[in-house]
Design a protein around this ligand. Structure first.
Ligand code: COA
Length: 260
């Protein structure tokens, strides 16, 4: 079904792996189209409760395919706009998945590869991973990933790292908020598994609502956030899922929707 992705479903968990290992999973037009199409199906799939995003072979993702980008010199401005917009839509579709998106990062996450890490809710990285916004070294810039990256790392780190294009360690990525857990390669899968187990004990709709709430509230003044937060909590309390979760706690049992 896909040429550049490996997709597998295990119970309620969807595993998606970028699969262009010869070019360190750099993304070209086809990979962007496949990942966007795949994300669209997940948006409408009520069975899936969490997604793990990884890269096949030596590295997670070396960003945009430089060979493909070099060819864009032959493109018109409209073609270039269309291509950039497609990449932007891919990041947007991943960023708004209604389930936890867990990044399993190893080897290298560069350019758009860091963008992929930035749209993940939870990021687990091997401590030898190299990160970097290397775009300026190629005479381009980290543009379409910037909304997602800035939200995670803030302006100060972006000013340093976007402008220097320097590569940085997994530890530094953790310090600036891109990565949540740094472990040895041998513990990568077990760490992802632990996060998955936690996610599967939460209500699917509650998790989707929590994710949407963060996006709505994070840059709002309290006065504007207050009606949004109150309405969100009120809706959850009276929902079937919320009522079942509250009753299950009082009756000392697992909620019917728990998948752990
Ligand atoms: N686009 C296209 N091809 C890429 C690529 C990219 N972003 N990144 C790596 N490749 C290719 C290399 O050209 C090489 O091709 P070859 O086998 O035909 O020579 C192949 O992938 C393997 O790369 P190599 O550098 O030998 O592998 P490595 O495991 O030693 O290092 C990286 C991997 C990702 C650290 C290194 O390739 C790198 O720094 N790439 C640049 C990534 C970058 O700057 N991305 C930003 C894009 S905006």
């Amino acid at each position: 079904m896909f040429s550049h992705l490996i997709v597998r479903r295990e119970g309620p968990v969807e595993y998606v792996s970028l699969n262009r290992p010869d070019v360190r999973n750099a993304f070209n037009e086809e990979l962007i189209a496949e990942l966007t199409g795949w994300a669209t199906t997940i948006h409408g799939d009520r069975e899936v409760r969490a997604v793990v995003l990884s890269g096949a072979g030596k590295s997670f993702c070396a960003g945009a395919d430089i060979t493909w980008m070099a060819k864009t010199i032959e493109f018109s401005e409209d073609d270039n706009m269309r291509d950039a917009a497609a990449a932007s839509r891919m990041f947007g579709a991943l960023n708004t998945l209604p389930v936890p998106l867990i990044g399993r990062i190893h080897g290298a996450a560069l350019g758009g590869g860091v963008g992929l890490a930035a749209v993940c809710d939870i990021v687990v990285a091997d401590h030898d991973t190299q990160f970097g916004f290397t775009e300026v070294k190629l005479g381009i810039l980290p543009a379409v990933i910037s909304p997602f990256v800035l939200e995670k790392i803030g302006r100060s780190a972006a000013r340093e790292l976007f402008l220097t294009g320097s590569r940085f360690s997994a530890r530094r990525a953790q310090e600036i908020g891109l990565v949540h857990a740094v472990v040895g390669i041998a513990e990568l899968d077990a760490t992802v598994h632990n996060y998955l187990q936690e996610c599967l004990t939460g209500g699917r709709e509650a998790i989707a609502a929590a994710k949407a709430l963060i996006a709505q509230v994070w840059d709002q003044p309290f006065e504007d956030a207050m009606p949004i937060t109150a309405a969100a909590l009120a809706r959850r309390r009276v929902s079937a899922e919320g009522q079942e979760g509250l009753r299950a706690f009082l009756e000392k049992r697992k909620p019917g929707w728990s998948r752990s």
